[in-house]
Design a protein around this ligand. Structure first.
Ligand code: ARG
Length: 714
């Protein structure tokens, strides 16, 4: 009796350690201690190389350290393995250890250890928490499934979504938004201080065209023209591409005359403020196009002192805006409005998507304007002498044909980056006309993020085409000392979303796919899928038919979740083909399947009479894992922590998706082979219901970290 309770106490203690770290971390620690003893060193200096076993035949985990160590110690690997086994303390957690093959040490955890670790997860909390709180405080300790925050929180900045002003977000921004949001959620859950930054492209040379376009569209609408009219004119102008100067001049003349008249009357301001993003984008594209078609034609717009070359107008407006003088208040106000229109349009997409970005996270390129000149001066000073350790890329400042450039060089003096012709590729930070660039802003942003925001890790969630930009940016920032070596700079890139033709996703007409329309379609299709499914399958395990209104609500959630999950469940480095049928099927690793798995478990729970969790979690109530399927489920549940760790460190959301999918599969196997409601006795029924509850809670938390809300009934 005394011995038994003593063992229990010891168990409780070691299980607390297990839950405080993870099974994997605990095993790594224990093996590290043993290896240190074998090698006569300290545990910090050894890697225990514990891994989950690929095949349950070889136990739950294996320690692979003996092979490497054998070389070092000049001993046989199996002998080293035996010495490690003799030194390691695992009798509270594992069955006697076994050596396999050349020297793998197989670990099979005891049923009691697994059950005890699960028993240590507290009763779920009642009621919903404040959903606006950050993820580390949004979850009560019990909702966190006893997963503690990290001991050494860092300030992590996630730069994501980052669309451009006056443009619909494209699918690339959708990926950045969905993936970046997972990082923000997971890192916050881990206990880090997360700063979300939406690096809106709201500056640069295109803004002149944006503002002129806004003026143009508003003026034309105020004159009673509709968008169709402007679109037609745009088509007309587009058709002039490649034609001779005379043809273009003649065709542009009437438009320029109308434009001049509009300028004279200047009544755009009368037009209501409610310009949409579509209108803004149309105006912007129109002005960009007409300016390029006007190139070389000499077509003029405006009269008297106002007269200008049509092709030069956007550039002119950009300079007005960039010099920031009080005379240009009209342009500044127009720009502000264009920005507001864009920001609001983005926010409505974030809201539909259930993404945690808010208007407060918007920190656009324009917000760095005030720092660009000082950033360039600072860089010049810092790079006056080549910097950095001898083995790192060095940065050399040089003025090249009037432009301020940073040349990045390998230690041997050869260029670190070359253009396709093989010449050194510099990072231009100020053009000869004084204009700053995308790179300049990003350098200023690093300075601000490190010095002012205190970022210790900066994660840029941006598509693969910008790989070179970030390589050069990071090299320059490091070499110039803008980011100390302790600051992690990571470009998290991702592949493209392709259409059926394996080319980047486009509408049937060849235009860019509008996200809001895409998300509407997702909801519509999800509703159809739910309808068909219901018609086909009355043998539903859930609690009977749903009315139309609830079905619509479910379809909304499932549709959006399907788009998100389809993206997240793939290795982000690869391209993927967008496929409605695949993302909306209830089979396989999809959102509908995962959400249904959750709802189904909840329905089992309801069928059991919705027992109060307190009853299942009562003091002394134990979990038993006699059946292989019970044991497999328990082990999987306990490995949740590891998969979150992978997302936090390797930034791979699909690892969490795969985990949740395997959890759902393990649950289904358990449910098929272990009766829950008809369990042989009350204790077993209780234990199994508790496994149901823990699975549901794990799925809910895991999906939440992926930005997906579960549904109780579907
Ligand atoms: N606005 C850019 C684009 O749409 C992405 C910005 C990414 N973030 C950054 N700090 N450069 O391509």
């Amino acid at each position: 009796m005394r011995r038994a309770s003593l063992r229990r106490w010891r168990n409780a203690d070691s299980l607390r350690t297990v839950m405080n770290t993870s099974l994997l971390a605990t095993l790594n620690e224990r093996f590290a201690e043993a290896i240190a003893q074998v090698c006569e060193t300290t545990p910090e200096r050894v890697t225990a190389a514990v891994q989950p076993s690929a095949d349950p035949k070889f136990g739950d985990y294996q320690c692979n350290a003996a092979m490497a160590l054998a070389r070092q110690l000049r001993q046989k690997p199996r002998d080293v393995a035996q010495r490690i086994i003799d030194a390691v303390h695992l009798d509270d957690l594992a069955d006697p250890l076994e050596i396999a093959g050349p020297g793998f040490i197989n670990v099979r955890l005891t049923e009691r250890a697994l059950a005890g670790a699960l028993e240590a997860i507290p009763v779920p909390t009642e009621g919903d928490r404040d959903p606006t709180a950050d993820a580390s405080t949004r979850f009560a300790p019990a909702d966190r499934l006893a997963i503690p925050r990290v001991a050494d929180p860092a300030t992590v900045l996630v730069d994501y979504s980052s669309p451009n002003i006056a443009k619909q977000m494209h699918v690339g921004h959708l990926r950045s938004t969905i993936i970046g949001d997972v990082f923000a959620r997971v890192l916050e859950f881990e206990g880090h201080r997360v700063i979300r930054q939406n690096h809106l492209g709201d500056w640069g040379t295109a803004i002149g065209a944006v503002i002129t376009g806004l003026w143009y569209v508003r003026t034309r609408l105020a004159r009673g023209e509709d968008l169709g009219g402007i679109r037609k004119r745009l088509e007309l102008i587009n058709a002039l591409r490649g034609q001779g100067v005379d043809e273009r001049r003649n065709a542009l003349a009437p438009i320029a005359a109308e434009w001049t008249e509009d300028l004279a009357r200047n009544d755009a301001a009368d037009y209501a403020e409610s310009t949409t993003l579509d209108e803004l984008e149309l105006g912007y594209v129109f002005v960009q196009t007409i300016a390029s078609i006007a190139s070389g034609t000499g077509v003029l717009v405006g009269s008297g002192a106002q007269e200008q070359l049509l092709e030069g107008i956007p550039r002119l407006i950009t300079t007005f805006l960039q010099r920031g003088s009080a005379d240009d208040r009209y342009e500044q106000e127009e720009w502000r409005q264009a920005r507001t229109i864009s920001v609001n349009a983005c926010q409505s997409i974030y809201d539909v998507l259930g993404v945690t970005l808010t208007p407060d996270d918007m920190f656009g390129e324009s917000d760095y304007n005030a720092f660009l000149a000082e950033t360039v001066t600072d860089l010049k000073q810092r790079l006056a002498q080549p910097t950095g350790p001898d083995d790192a890329i060095r940065a050399v400042y040089r003025n090249d044909q009037g432009a301020d450039c940073i040349f990045l060089e390998k230690p041997d003096g050869t260029p670190a980056f070359k253009n396709p012709e093989g010449n050194p590729l510099p990072m231009i930070i100020r053009k000869s006309d004084g204009a700053y660039l995308y790179s300049t802003t990003d350098l200023a942003a690093i300075r601000y993020r490190v010095n002012t925001l205190g970022a210790e890790r900066i994660i840029y969630v941006v598509g693969a085409p910008q790989k070179l930009h970030f390589q050069m940016l990071f090299a320059a920032a490091r070499a110039a000392g803008l980011a100390p070596s302790t600051t992690r700079l990571e470009h998290v890139s991702f592949g493209s979303v392709l259409g059926d033709n394996r080319k980047p996703l486009r509408t049937r007409e060849g235009g860019t796919v509008k996200l809001l329309e895409l998300l509407d379609e997702a909801q519509r299709r999800a509703f159809e899928v739910l309808q068909t499914r219901e018609a086909e399958e009355d043998a539903r395990d859930a609690d009977g038919a749903l009315d139309d209104a609830s079905k619509r609500k479910i379809a909304q959630r499932v549709g959006i979740a399907a788009v998100k999950y389809f993206d997240l469940s793939r290795d982000r480095n690869n391209d993927y083909v967008f496929n409605w049928d695949q993302m909306l099927t209830f089979q396989g690793n999809t959102a509908p399947y995962m959400m249904y798995a959750y709802a189904r478990i909840r329905s089992i729970y309801r069928k059991a009479g919705d027992p109060a969790p307190q009853a299942l979690y009562a003091d002394g109530a134990t979990i038993t894992l006699g059946e292989p399927a019970e044991r497999a489920l328990a082990l999987r549940l306990l490995r949740f922590r590891e998969s979150i760790r992978v997302v936090a460190s390797d930034l791979l959301p699909h690892a969490l998706c795969s985990y949740l999918y395997e959890l759902a599969a393990d649950f289904m196997r358990f449910y098929d082979s272990c009766p829950v409601l008809q369990a042989p006795d009350d204790a077993t029924r209780n234990s199994r219901l508790r496994l149901c509850d823990l699975t549901a809670r794990t799925l809910k938390l895991g999906l939440n970290l992926l930005g997906i809300d579960v549904i109780e009934r579907m």
